[in-house]
Design a protein around this ligand. Sequence first.
Ligand SMILES: Nc1nc2c(ncn2[C@@H]2O[C@@H]3COP(=O)(O)O[C@H]4[C@@H](O)[C@H](n5cnc6c(=O)[nH]c(N)nc65)O[C@@H]4COP(=O)(O)O[C@H]3[C@H]2O)c(=O)[nH]1
Length: 432
Amino acid sequence: MAHFDQLTKLPNRQTLVDRLEHGLTIAAGGKAWVAVMLMDLDEFKTINDSLGHEVGNKVLVQVGQRIHACLRPSDTLARIGGDEFVVLVENIESDILVIEQLAERISKAAGEIIAIDGTELYVGLSMGISLFPQDGQDCETLMRNADTALHRAKAAGRNCWRFFDESMARHVARRLDMDTALRRAVERKELRLLYQPQTSLETGRIIGAETLVRWSRPDVGMVPPNEFIPLAEESGTIIPIGDWILLSACHQAATWRRENQLELRIAVNITAKQIHHKAFVDQVRDALDDSGLPPQLLELEITEGSIVENIEETVNKLRQIKALGVTVAIDDFGTGYSSLSYLKELPIDRLKIDQAFVRDIPLNPHDCAIARTIIAMAKNLGLSVIAEGVETREQVDFLRAEGCNEIQGFLVSPPIAADELAIRCLDAATIA
Ligand SMILES: Nc1nc2c(ncn2[C@@H]2O[C@@H]3COP(=O)(O)O[C@H]4[C@@H](O)[C@H](n5cnc6c(=O)[nH]c(N)nc65)O[C@@H]4COP(=O)(O)O[C@H]3[C@H]2O)c(=O)[nH]1
């Protein structure tokens, strides 16, 4: 039996069903989602009736090519009948926002003018989307529910898409709305940076600060970074925002140096997507050039989790960063999956013990053991150690006795405004 549609050379219905069944078997064993995006062309019958089947066929071929151009190599596009196409997206790990974005790309691409034999045509496309596992466990149910959603899209005025599950659509809409607002947040000056002191346990003095972003969203209030940073990471908005944070933090540290004679190391959180972005090293170099900050006063904090995503490329990028003279710390250390073997290879300067292990020191013997082990391991690898989330005197005593180099936490100060931090540093008080 043929596996491909003769006209468009795309997989046909049978091939789609085979791939979907295979995809569901794989997805059933893990956490990934699968999306079935069923689409058809609005008013295709009118094109066929008024301009003839030959033109209709050319339209189908062109639309097929346009949809195909929006996909990743691992996605499947099939033509399952007349003007019906299906896109199968497997292995959706992080967020269904990617499906919403894909639906938008496809609608836009299909909706552009099609020129056939000197005639210009517009073709609208409606789409219904069902998701495994929530909208069905098997091929038949998922196709049926995608079809129900497609009918809803048509009823809603065509040239749009609908998820089978409306609550899912609302969830996506909320996130999309937040992402759109976030994209504008920089130019509208809704983002601001706070700085949390980092203190040397040897001298008791503040030697640096971590940059922590805050978003005050009009009509909504403060949105915590734990909520919007992962979203920005997912959608790619982290690239312009991260660039702004990096540049602003470098300027701030340069200002402390120039105006307050403070040589403070400024730490900036960097996400996985930022590291892997092709312009990342240039962005860091530009931020240093633009601000005039000496490179050794800039530290990049990257989480353990983001390193394991693509270890080779991360090592490569970090080497380039180190070559600039910038230092690197591993954030949230102990929560990821670091193995000693690659920790040795990473060009890093500091380990940051996650606050989850600091919180119950000295009462919890397990946490004490973990903190002690991280400190000892860092020493063996020639790395410095900073503990985050330090809130009590007892924690300081324990960490100091174990040889931890620096601390950060509410005991010294919560994240504060830049001016306030300068005053704190100029104040003679130290952690004794
Ligand atoms: N309970 C307790 N908490 C303490 C203490 N000291 C500091 N914290 C909080 O712990 C978080 C430490 O930052 P993180 O692990 O990098 O975790 C950060 C980081 O992953 C992300 N984030 C914040 N700002 C940025 C940024 O500028 N860029 C990026 N990429 N991520 C950021 O959001 C996370 C949360 O940031 P925040 O809400 O500012 O929360 C901060 C800080 O306010 C303490 O003694 N006790």
